[in-house]
Design a protein around this ligand. Structure first.
Ligand SMILES: Cc1cc2nc3c(=O)[nH]c(=O)nc-3n(C[C@H](O)[C@H](O)[C@H](O)COP(=O)(O)OP(=O)(O)OC[C@H]3O[C@@H](n4cnc5c(N)ncnc54)[C@H](O)[C@@H]3O)c2cc1C
Length: 464
């Protein structure tokens, strides 16, 4: 078997890369994945999951996701729609069937485990296939996404504990005689927030919920991430405020205080200072719901769970009979060091615009197709690691700014970004009427703080 590009992973990253590579080249592509369907971790997600960013700029470049509607009800009211998990899964199936396979230039091998060196093994037949790769291998597995239904918790769970991944929550109706009396959410990320919102929206009393929160997070305000001209005053003003905060902050705590003051960052409990930021994106409606849960346990990570108690790094908590422990402790995206994206005959797509894996993968494919050598390509695709600590946040913001600067100086790339559906903002900025003084003033503010922001962020980055 021969191919030009072998892509390992048919998740958002592998598919967004394949889609743009297909559009930009005549290459033949082979995609291998151990899941039975395209879409990666979305196949293992809980039924009530949704995107936490607008559908408008998620997925692949060639196919819209959703209908750019504004939600009229619920915690996302007034903001662009968020595709549900089933919608995302259906979308990726459509991408595979109607775009990639329909091109006649793509082969897809589901239920196949990649072993390295162009070899993969069918999980069902055990048959091994060797592929001769004419051009490159693309490792679209680098984020190592983990979700509660497939991960192994990092703590002990004694036999007899009623412990389930949050995927089980909608199935509780089947337990008519044994309905839990109390719920304990284990984990503090976006998944835990989804579990809490689901419980509350489904009728659980806030006092029947305890929330184990090892660390409080700064959360991105979804209002400030809305695409489209109607939200210019929120999104672009948010970006301008962010530049101002980055330019003037005296240290990282001051930076987050400023970002909170201008509404870019949110937190659930105003009396507790967050110690982490993982780019979870929420609405103020979600925050208001989450704040209804009063029993929040801040005693570090869980070390073990028995049927009626939890041992944590900082102490123990006891609960009554009939307690359901809900596992939301998977890390979602793994902490991995940034490596060069282009490495000879290997491409490792990573975040080159944080936190947008799909845009990043599509742009990486565009660069692969249209630029010559790895030095030039890596110059346009500087990888940005997810900040493990708040102290590393300035480095991530600066990484985004440096890549954006490099793209803006390349007319071809600038044009591609502006036309890309995965970029929510370039076309909005380009469409600003020069006589609209309020929008012009926002752009002016953004531009005037950009260089001072870059200079100040450099000072805020801790020495490595
Ligand atoms: C609940 C949740 C919600 C999210 N919401 C958003 C959002 O709104 N916006 C956003 O931008 N990001 C979001 N993310 C982040 C998310 O990680 C990315 O959007 C994206 O889906 C990750 O895609 P991926 O292709 O990197 O990983 P995956 O979806 O995990 O895909 C990787 C694929 O590689 C395959 N694979 C791995 N190793 C091998 C091997 N050896 N052989 C064969 N196959 C292999 C796996 O089977 C998997 O299908 C969310 C994450 C989670 C968990």
């Amino acid at each position: 078997m021969e191919t030009d590009y072998l892509i390992v992973g048919a998740g958002a990253v592998g598919l967004a890369f394949a889609d743009t590579l297909l559009a930009e080249t005549d290459a033949h592509i082979t995609i291998v994945d151990r899941h039975g369907k395209p879409g990666g971790h979305w196949n293992d997600a809980y039924s009530f999951v949704s995107l936490h960013q607008p559908s408008a700029f998620y997925g692949v470049n060639s196919l819209p996701l959703g209908h750019d509607r504004i939600d009229e009800t619920g915690v996302n009211q007034g903001l662009y729609e968020l595709a549900s998990g089933p919608e995302v899964s259906g979308y990726f199936e459509k991408v595979m069937n109607q775009r990639l396979l329909a091109s006649g230039r793509v082969q897809y091998f589901p239920m196949s485990n990649y072993k390295g060196d162009g070899r993969f093994v069918s999980l069902l037949s055990g048959k091994e296939t060797q592929v001769h790769i004419r051009k490159k291998t693309v490792d679209a597995t680098y984020f190592g996404t983990t979700v509660p239904s497939t991960h192994k918790p990092q703590f002990d769970v004694e036999p007899g504990v009623d412990f389930v991944p949050l995927n089980e929550l909608p199935h509780l109706w089947k337990r008519s005689q044994r309905m839990p009396k109390h719920f304990v959410i284990v984990g503090a990320g976006k998944t835990a927030m989804d579990a809490a919102c689901w419980l509350l929206a489904s009728g659980a009393d806030p006092d029947s919920i305890s929330w184990i929160m090892p660390r409080d997070s700064w959360l991105l305000n979804r209002l400030k991430t809305q695409p489209g001209i109607d939200f210019f005053e929120e999104t672009l003003a948010g970006q301008a405020d962010m530049m101002e905060a980055c330019a003037l902050a005296t240290d990282v705590d001051d930076l987050f205080d400023r970002l909170e003051a201008c509404g870019v960052m949110l937190r659930i409990d105003p009396s507790v200072r967050p110690t982490i930021h993982r780019y979870a994106t929420v609405s103020t409606g979600e925050v208001a719901q989450l704040a209804r849960i009063k029993h929040v346990i801040r005693k570090g990570r869980v070390t073990s769970i028995s049927p009626t108690s939890v041992v944590l790094e900082g102490g123990q908590e006891t609960f009554g009979e009939g307690t359901l422990f809900i596992d939301c402790s998977a890390s979602a995206v793994e902490d991995r060091p940034a490596v060069p994206v282009f490495q000879g005959d290997l491409i490792v797509p990573q975040m080159i615009r944080l936190p947008q894996p799909a845009f990043s993968a599509a742009l990486t494919a565009y660069v692969e197709a249209n630029y010559e050598d790895d030095t030039t390509k890596n110059g346009l695709c500087g990888s940005i690691p997810l900040p493990r600590t708040l102290e590393l946040y300035p480095r991530a913001v600066l990484g985004n700014m440096m890549n954006q600067l490099a793209w803006s100086q390349d007319p071809k790339l600038r044009e591609w970004i502006r036309e890309s559906r995965l970029d929510g903002f370039g076309k909005v900025i380009a469409a600003v009427d020069p006589t609209d003084m309020s929008k012009v003033a926002i752009l002016k503010k953004f531009r005037s703080f950009a260089m001072p922001a870059a200079a100040n962020l450099t000072k805020l980055i801790p020495p490595s």
